[in-house]
Write a protein that binds this ligand. Sequence first.
Ligand code: IPE
Ligand code: IPE
Ligand code: MG
Length: 257
Amino acid sequence: MIETMYKEKVDLTRVPQHIAVIMDGNGRWAKERGMKRQEGHVAGTQALNDILKPVRDLGIKYLTVYAFSTENWNRPEEEVNALMALLYEKLDVNKFMENDVRFRVIGDIGRLPKIVQDVVNNCLEQTSNNTSGTLTVALSYSSKWELVEATKKIARRVQEGKLNVEDINDKTINESLNASFLPDPELLIRTGGEFRLSNYLLWQCAYSELYFTDTYWPDFDEEELCKAIWFYQQRERRFGKTSEQVIESTKEQQVNK
Ligand code: IPE
Ligand code: IPE
Ligand code: MG
């Protein structure tokens, strides 16, 4: 019996608008092949470039990928340098243009080497009018860094008399985040077999559905993406309510359509 591909199982009317990905497992992918960790990162870059078209075809508006964390600065210098060189060489503006993708970044970009910052800025500028989707790359990013920076911004506004402490709410925090331009991801995917968030989008993923796969990032392809979306579509998102309430409101929405 031929198994149905997940690509055919996905309900195209209920695809998440924002998917966040922790692209993990490049090093192990390379090691298992007797290659250097760096070569795993090269393969990982290719996997990211290759997923852009399926993302667009599925109608996913936002893809946000974790490429380099604040903690990754603590890796051996040789690996950090190789990753920086890869960003410099492989951030492919043509690929973004081809897929009509707007490129954005979140993270402490000032810590990146100047030549990498220049490439990043060039991609930001050149793709700023693309409208089919947004690819956000988290570079030198961590959630705690983002929340600390947001807190400083808010504190400054209070200090300057522009904001009352009592008026601080969810929205104030959202607006102060580095990723303020992103809606919350409905789905978070982590490849590479670990069950943790590694300081990624902690505020934004408060109510995201989580999907973990053993597949290493360089092997993650369209079919793997569809599998993750299919699993997401099997879940009931209750947001604190009861299952009965969710079913009732879905029925009402269908009537009002
Ligand atoms: C993810 O792959 C990419 C980065 C963190 C830059 P890893 O390099 O963490 O690969 P593993 O987890 O060691 O296999
Ligand atoms: C998370 O992967 C960061 C990225 C994928 C860029 P890590 O490999 O750095 O995470 P830990 O160390 O296993 O938590
Ligand atoms: Mg890892």
